[in-house]
Design a protein around this ligand. Structure first.
Ligand code: GAP
Length: 453
């Protein structure tokens, strides 16, 4: 039976990610660890580009946003106050036949009855709550007093530092605090590659405001975030905005949008934008006994700010970028025969490597020296990859697979062997169109910087 094309596509993406060094299974030589992943040389650049652009757009380019970097392990009291210790759980069931464990809300259903996706049995236990927070101990004694959790979200560090950040940054409402960092959830069933992992990174904003502005700002952030995805190469048409109905939202939220992307394995959540009212700060005021209110100089009023939270996943967005970029096309190869070209059509801003640099022949010292000189000159400004091995067509294909948007070839014209007109010019190849143009070396940096800004 032929496989579903979407499944085939996902398999190809996973295989490319391994083959080209985007994503590896964590601890692979020891059999891996379910729900944990390592990013290789290309993957780490992709994630860095994503995080840097998010930070630039949301923090550096705005005067109403500041950043912070909280610790992963915090006082356990934080998680009691936030409600995570009591309620951050998923319903878990065991299959009595094959002993596998599953999330009750993700079980497949046939004829109105849930069954085990592993063995098909319907002999399942009743669901019971399983808390997703990883536990550890701070200090040498494994006692209840020393119990700590690895944070399951970055957001709480922002709430508990609200007063310190407000006082030191002297912001006025509305303003936001942004953070990027690791989060950990002991997911019952990690799945869909990196989509649901046990260790992942979040990019979160807590945007504090007056109560009367909460709903309007939630819609404002929805637009902002859609614009962001567009600017990294994920078109609006591929993002589904799910306006969560009243009866499915957290009780304290007055509005929540889920932004979902059309992954090959189905439309799934990339980001949540939640208007959380004053719930979080109020809980921390109640539990810590500390005043976390905002004092309005103009009206002389003191009140607890409300908050809008756009919360995105780095790993899920990186996976969406890979899925969106992956393409295969039939092209005519150097030998005149048709072949399949695999290409990652990343937006140049997100591409792990911006430019491949190739001397036409590796045994011509002048070509090699010139190509190395160009690579050295570009390196402080962007990630480049110098490659002198193999036929030039093959070197282009390798960069196509890595998603490198530009290729620069240093040939005999560059070194003036065919006359002075084209001396100090190179061939600039465009990944998507495969078109080539002649560009002077002096213009190269400016051209590339403009494209990747
Ligand atoms: N502070 C709000 C919060 O954490 P969430 O919807 O639970 O909300 C926000 O998580 C985002 O974090 C998700 O939209 C997703 O992108 C990412 N995320 C959550 N759980 C994840 C997991 N197990 N693996 C990868 N990413 C995850």
């Amino acid at each position: 039976m032929s496989k579903d094309p979407a499944i085939q596509r996902m398999e190809k993406i996973v295989s490319l990610c391994k083959r080209r060094g985007f994503i590896f299974q964590s601890s692979e030589i020891y059999g891996g660890l379910n729900g944990f992943w390592d990013y290789g040389p290309l993957g780490v650049e992709l994630k860095r580009n994503l995080k840097d652009f998010w930070w630039r757009r949301n923090v550096r380019e705005r005067d109403d946003m500041v950043g912070m970097d909280g610790s992963i392990i915090m006082n356990r009291a934080v998680w009691k106050a936030s409600g995570h210790e009591d309620t951050f759980s998923d319903p878990m069931v065991d299959c009595r036949s094959c002993k596998s464990r599953h999330r009750a809300d993700q079980l497949p259903v046939k004829d109105g009855l849930k069954y085990c996706p592993n063995c098909g049995s319907r002999d399942l236990t009743e669901p019971r709550a399983f808390n997703l927070m990883f536990k550890s101990f701070a200090g040498p004694i494994e006692s209840d007093e020393n119990l700590v959790y690895l944070r399951p979200e970055t957001a709480q560090a922002i709430f508990v530092q609200f007063k310190n950040v407000l006082e030191t940054s002297r912001q006025k409402l509305p303003f936001g605090i942004a953070q990027i960092g690791k989060a950990f959830r002991n997911e019952i069933n990690p799945r869909n590659y990196t989509f649901r992992s046990r260790e992942f990174e979040q990019m979160e904003i807590e945007y504090f405001c007056r109560a009367e502005d909460g709903l309007r700002l939630t819609d404002y952030w929805l637009e902002e975030r859609l614009r962001f995805y567009e600017d990294i190469g994920i078109p609006r048409s591929k993002i589904h905005v799910h306006d969560i109905p009243d009866d499915e939202r957290a009780f304290y939220s007055k509005k929540t949008y889920d932004l979902e992307y059309e992954f090959p394995f189905g439309v799934s959540e990339l980001e949540g934008i939640a208007y959380r009212t004053d719930y979080d700060l109020s809980r921390h005021i109640e539990h810590s006994g500390k005043p976390l209110e905002y004092f309005d100089e103009e009206t002389k009023q003191k009140f607890v700010p409300h908050v809008v939270e756009p919360s995105a996943g780095v790993d899920r967005t990186a996976l969406a970028l890979l899925c969106e970029a992956f393409d295969e096309e039939i092209v005519v190869g150097e030998n005149g025969k048709s072949e399949t070209r695999t290409v990652l059509r990343f937006h140049p801003r997100m591409a792990p490597v911006k430019c491949g640099i190739f001397p036409l022949l590796k045994n011509k010292p002048e070509l090699v020296a010139k190509a190395r000189e160009i690579a050295t000159a570009l390196r402080p400004f962007m990630t480049v990859f110098y490659d002198e091995g193999g036929a030039i067509g093959r070197r282009y294909r390798r960069q196509d697979e890595a998603g490198t948007p530009f290729g620069v070839t240093v040939d005999f014209e560059t070194i003036g062997e065919n006359g002075p007109e084209k001396k100090d010019t190179v061939t600039l190849r465009h990944r998507d169109s495969m078109k080539q143009e002649r560009v002077s070396i002096a213009d190269l940096k400016g051209r590339l910087l403009e494209a990747i800004a």
